[in-house]
Design a binder for this molecule. Structure first.
Ligand code: APR
Length: 245
């Protein structure tokens, strides 16, 4: 039975691909008000502004590639049962070769009807992959309603959080890469890891976390993930990484 690794990622894992983060200096939320372009109220108030914001994100994604951190995460699949649980709406984990990816906050390459069905068993009926195309006001779904980004807006539920909690609670190791851990419920996911489950956080910023299970690798995603790969090549027995009692 392969050891399982849950990899929780945020915008920082895609930073070295050239995609901006949200809350760093010059980040997306320095230039846009998330309540205008990424909330359900913003959508109701001005859907065209929201469509244009995600059209821009989508066309940016066309021109960037996965970086060495995405590839290192995918390479762990050779020896471990790896589940990527990302807050990112980009497709860089998949393009790097990760096969089990849960997008907690949706996917920018997909759209769905504004008024449609959403099966509680996490299958996504009526979701359409439009790649890097644009979607405009007046573009309708087969059911006649306006097409909207398949994104979890601020103010909306996070349908995949229970599945994510289940995966983290059973993981033999948790890696957290490039997230400021400020948006819930994603930010609390690591807390569901077992008492003796090693947790590594890769982030160049100072983090104020006092969980005895956490080891902070204060580096960028690419160099930090290289360290994790080398560490696992040297020592496959995860109990050696267990936190001190
Ligand atoms: N490598 C690793 N981490 C990095 C790098 C890098 N090269 N550059 C920046 N970071 C770190 C930052 O220090 C920060 O901790 O990535 C984190 C980015 O934090 P945010 O910009 O807040 O992004 P994220 O945590 O993913 O935001 C969560 O907020 O607005 C919502 O839905 C949006 O999914 C997003 C959620």
């Amino acid at each position: 039975m392969k050891n399982s690794i849950a990899v929780l990622t945020g915008a920082g894992v895609s930073a070295e691909s050239g995609l901006g983060t949200y809350r760093d200096n010059g980040g997306l939320w320095d230039n846009y008000d998330p309540m205008e372009v990424a909330s359900i109220e913003g959508w109701m108030r001005n859907p065209e502004l929201v469509l244009n914001f995600y059209n821009m994100q989508r066309s940016k994604l066309k021109d960037v590639k996965p970086n060495a951190a995405h590839r290192a995460i995918a390479s762990l699949q050779d020896k471990y049962d790896v589940s990527v649980i990302t807050q990112n709406v980009d497709n860089l984990h998949e393009r790097a070769g990760s096969s089990k990816v849960i997008h907690l906050h949706g996917e920018v390459t997909k759209v769905r009807p504004e008024h449609g069905r959403y099966d509680r068993d996490y299958s996504e009926s009526e979701v359409f992959d439009i790649g890097y195309d644009q979607v405009c006001l007046g573009d309708k779904a087969p059911n006649g309603s306006q097409l909207r980004p398949h994104i979890v807006f601020f103010g909306e539920a996070v349908p995949k959080i229970e599945r994510a909690i289940e995966i983290v609670s059973k993981a033999d190791m948790v890696l957290i890469v490039g997230t400021s851990l400020q948006v819930y419920p994603a930010a609390s996911l690591y807390r569901y890891a077992g008492n003796d489950t090693p947790i590594f956080i890769i982030d160049p910023a100072e983090l104020k976390l006092s969980d005895r299970r956490i080891v902070h690798i204060r580096e960028n995603a690419t160099s930090g993930m290289q360290k994790i790969v080398e560490m696992l090549e040297k020592e496959e027995n995860f109990t050696t990484f267990a936190p001190a009692k």
